[in-house]
Design a protein around this ligand. Structure first.
Ligand SMILES: *Cc1c(COP(=O)(O)O)cnc(C)c1O
Length: 410
């Protein structure tokens, strides 16, 4: 399908256009567009080489000596690189380990324990399911009550809504920065300030922000944060997540999964847990070295591209998709379910249609990989390092042709 000059020009002028070639080209003739990089980022070519190198060199040749030759420090050194490239955080406050789910549990449990006597947690009912489960689990475990905010599924949590439930009983406020459903960008600095004024701590989920939206965790006063590396950081399926703990909290912070890798002296093999100083106390078991290889490569690409340029392209890509939604899809019953203001929108665009599930299936069958979110939403993910303007345009044209017939086909 041909693409208009206007769109081709956007690609020609894109300062990040060459990054596409730094990723493995899919061996799939049917593929028109991959618009799910916000769920599983594409593999950098460098990762294939680095993983092969790990097998032959570090693991294959240096064998167990590699632990003392660097591997032991990877969760913290790679965490520091991630912090510098994407979080706006100084070193010594970030570790890469576990899944986001486990990281959220560790942070929330530890944060709640730092506010003894307070018996409420504030959460968002529309947040990603795992976040809600973890909030409820920690609340049940500690005998706390959850004050759920009912946010707009096509928007997100506002500072006003947080203000309504914050009291002197609130121990922790835990929310996502970018809403996984709508891509709504929550006003993180304002909500963090509100929480602090009420004497509460904050735990932020950054899964859909890290690697797509510039962050300034140190400057914004964030207490704790966690997020995925396999989305916009392209670290690979199941790659370990990251945790951020504000430096001033570290000495007093205790996480609940005590393991030998978070111990002050793991190789003493001593009974009795003593947490390591600094971020190492966030670790529990043996670091996932194969997964950390992918994190290091993904972070290096984002650092090279620059988060400000990534953000600028995300805004342009989502603006294009919103414009084509209005022009081509809205007349056929497709509704925008993401913010119109690009300043309040992350790097995906969500639309809804009564035939959402069937349309999603047909889009994927036609080579446009999006994802479906029950009951009627379709998420169009626009990962600036791997998505071109032409690719997004072609995908939207396929969408237009399918939705024209959606009603007739049932
Ligand atoms: C993707 C995502 C997760 C995923 O958690 P895992 O433990 O990696 O499965 C959690 N929370 C949010 C908001 C997400 O977008």
């Amino acid at each position: 399908m041909s693409v208009p000059d206007e769109i081709r020009l956007l690609d020609e002028r894109d300062p990040l256009r060459d990054f596409r070639d730094r990723f493995v080209a899919p061996d799939d003739e049917n593929l028109v567009a991959y618009l799910d990089g916000n769920s599983l980022g594409r593999p950098p070519r460098a990762t294939a080489d680095a993983l092969a190198g790990l097998v032959t060199d570090g693991w294959g040749s240096r064998l167990i000596r590699s632990w003392s030759e660097g591997w032991m420090d990877w969760p913290l050194t790679i965490g520091d690189r991630l912090a510098e490239a994407t979080l706006g955080a100084a070193e010594g406050q970030t570790a890469v380990a576990d899944s986001t789910t486990v990281c959220l549990y560790k942070l929330l449990r530890g944060a709640a324990a730092m506010r003894p006597g307070r018996d409420e947690i504030v959460g968002d009912r529309q947040n990603f399911p795992t976040d809600g489960y973890v909030v409820q689990a920690v609340a049940d475990e500690l005998g706390l009550t959850v004050r759920w905010i009912e946010s707009d599924p096509a928007g997100g949590v506002t500072p006003e809504q947080v203000g309504e439930v914050l009291t002197e009983r609130t121990a922790v406020v835990t929310l996502s920065h970018t809403a996984y459903r709508s891509a709504y960008l929550t006003d993180l600095p304002a909500i963090t300030e509100l929480a602090h004024r009420a004497g509460a701590l904050t735990v932020w989920d950054l899964c859909h922000s890290v690697g797509s939206v510039p962050l300034a965790l140190d400057e914004w006063g964030v207490d704790f944060a966690a997020g995925c590396t396999y989305k916009f950081l392209n670290a690979g399926p199941g790659a370990p997540a990251f945790m951020y703990v504000r430096g001033e909290h570290l000495d007093r912070f205790a996480q609940p999964i005590w393991g030998w890798m978070g111990h002050r002296r793991p190789f003493d093999m001593a009974p009795g847990y003593q947490p390591a100083p600094g971020m190492r106390r966030l670790l529990s078991g043996t670091p996932p070295i194969t997964g950390l290889v992918g994190v290091a490569e993904g972070v290096a690409l984002v650092a090279e591209a620059g988060i400000e340029r990534i953000r600028a392209k995300a805004v342009e890509l989502t603006e294009l998709v919103v414009r084509l939604t209005d022009q081509w899809l809205a007349p056929h019953g497709v509704r925008l379910a993401s913010p119109r203001d690009p300043g309040r929108r992350g790097a995906h665009v969500t639309v809804t249609h009564p035939d959402g599930p069937a349309l999603s299936e047909r889009l994927i069958a036609a080579g446009v990989i999006i994802d479906h979110r029950a009951p009627d939403a379709i998420r169009v993910g626009l990962s600036p390092l791997t998505t071109s303007f032409s690719e997004a345009y072609r995908a939207m044209a396929v969408f237009r042709d399918l939705v024209r017939h959606a009603r007739r086909c049932g």
